[in-house]
Design a protein around this ligand. Structure first.
Ligand code: IFM
Length: 437
């Protein structure tokens, strides 16, 4: 069965940041530091999903999706990140999973979507190799409870973004600006993925995946310096996270680091523990040119000539086909089935006087990207599911509540949910899929 779903993440929707013995995460700390997020927004309340989850499950049921990708907040399950578990945290996800199953919606949990327990950050965060083992311990705890009802598990969400924004540039939690010094955080996340894959299997999980956000990289010209810069960017954004998982080796990282001194014997075998699927998040391609000054070996050249989202991201649906066929060409038989675990756009949504949200640009975005995914499938890429980012407008990290990605509008004053025109469009689209098959 092809999975059609929506996606969310714990810190972006749950709220209830201090309830039922949830521990603090790095995002609680970061968002409360002055100047870190736009207008000082935090996820303290977010969409209040922790209390309104029944309504949100009903929205998905009304939409007609057969899958839901959500993330589990590690600090809810283990407030200190290791050791004692918090039964109330596990109970929350247990109830959610039951409610989804009752509605015929397959739960697809992600174990880490950037909300590291703060006590683990105090021990070095992902720069500390030991966190990888703690992550596997946490994965086993969650799977012991849920694996009987959860067929597909995702270990990490977008380790590239967590490394680049969180540890290299400091624009996401934990706010470190280490530039290439951030690379160990990538390795330790990947090691955590491998160890967790093994722990999940031992605890009865049937299928395990990792979600990488990938981008087709376009050189700004066919001149040698631009080609070289584009290759360096492809290494950092895509291959650093796909190669070790799928083929058990790192790409050439010499443009970034003289030595992989974080790598130990046996690590790559663990990281390349076979997975059952690869999650891909796609938003846009990236155009790269040679750097004008010393520093990183590439520069973002920007993409013009395409519509843009409210974030200013170029809308290039065929980039999804290009990405998927490119992955197949590169990894061939090492490429497992793919799930598009996120795709969607922020728009300047307007609520009309009679309360409607006519987000036609979002409909065009989704229609175009689904068509591009289907072209890739026709070219032989094995895609098994597509998840819209996102079910609800939510806390968009450093942008706070200023970027709206939802199929459902959220009034953050009242928590009122209003399905947008894109929700009605997707509902009709999904109904048509049922009659087509
Ligand atoms: O909101 C994020 C999500 O948490 C991870 N992928 C990209 C989305 C839009 O920026």
């Amino acid at each position: 069965m092809f999975l059609w779903g929506t996606a969310t993440a714990a810190y972006q929707i749950e709220g209830a940041a201090q309830e039922d013995d949830r521990g603090a995460s790095i995002w609680d700390t970061f968002a409360h530091e002055p100047g870190r997020t736009r207008d000082g927004h935090t996820g303290d309340v977010a969409c209040d999903h922790y209390h309104r989850w029944r309504e949100d499950v009903a929205l998905m049921s009304g939409l007609g999706v057969n899958a839901y990708r959500f993330s589990i907040a590690w600090p809810r399950v283990q407030p200190l990140g290791t050791g004692a578990l918090n039964p109330q945290g596990l109970d929350f996800y247990d109830r959610l999973v039951d409610a989804l199953c009752e509605q015929g919606i397959q739960p697809v949990p992600t174990l880490f979507h950037w909300d590291l327990p703060q006590p683990l950050e105090d021990r070095g965060g992902w720069l500390n190799r030991e966190i990888s083992e703690m992550f596997a311990e946490y994965a086993a705890i969650v799977a012991d409870r849920l694996a009987d009802r959860v067929p597909l598990w995702i270990t990490l969400n977008e380790p590239f973004v967590h490394m680049a924004f969180g540890y290299a540039m400091g624009i996401h939690a934990p706010g470190q600006a280490l530039l290439t010094g951030a690379l160990p955080s990538a390795h330790h996340q990947l090691l955590a993925h491998g160890l967790a894959t093994q722990a999940l299997r031992a605890a009865g999980a049937r299928q395990v995946a990792i979600t990488n956000n990938c981008t087709p990289v376009w050189p700004a010209s066919q001149e040698e310096p631009d080609l070289k810069a584009a290759d360096a960017y492809d290494v950092l954004h895509n291959r650093l996270f796909n190669d070790p998982v799928l083929i058990g080796e790192y790409p050439d990282l010499s443009a970034y680091t003289p030595a992989l001194d974080f790598l130990r014997d046996g690590d790559l075998q663990i990281i390349s523990t076979p997975i059952d699927a690869l999650g891909i998040n796609y938003y846009n391609p990236t155009r790269i040119t040679a750097p004008a000054a010393e520093g990183l070996p590439f520069e973002d050249a920007g993409i013009t000539g395409h519509p843009t989202t409210a974030f200013g991201w170029p809308v290039v649906p065929d980039g999804l086909r290009e990405l998927l066929t490119g992955l197949k060409a590169r990894y061939a038989t090492a490429l497992p089935p793919i799930y598009i675990t996120e795709n969607g756009c922020s728009q300047h949504d307007v609520v009309t006087a009679d309360g409607r949200i006519e987000d036609q640009a979002r409909i065009a975005y989704l229609e175009g990207h689904i068509a591009a995914m289907r072209r890739a499938m026709a070219e032989g890429v094995d895609v098994r599911g597509y998840f819209v980012w996102s079910l609800l407008d939510n806390f968009e990290w450093a942008e706070g509540y200023h970027q709206r990605f939802g199929l459902v509008h959220v009034d953050f004053e009242t928590q009122r949910r209003t399905p947008k025109a894109s929700y009605a469009w997707l509902k009709e689209f999904l109904e048509a899929q049922k009659t087509d098959t």
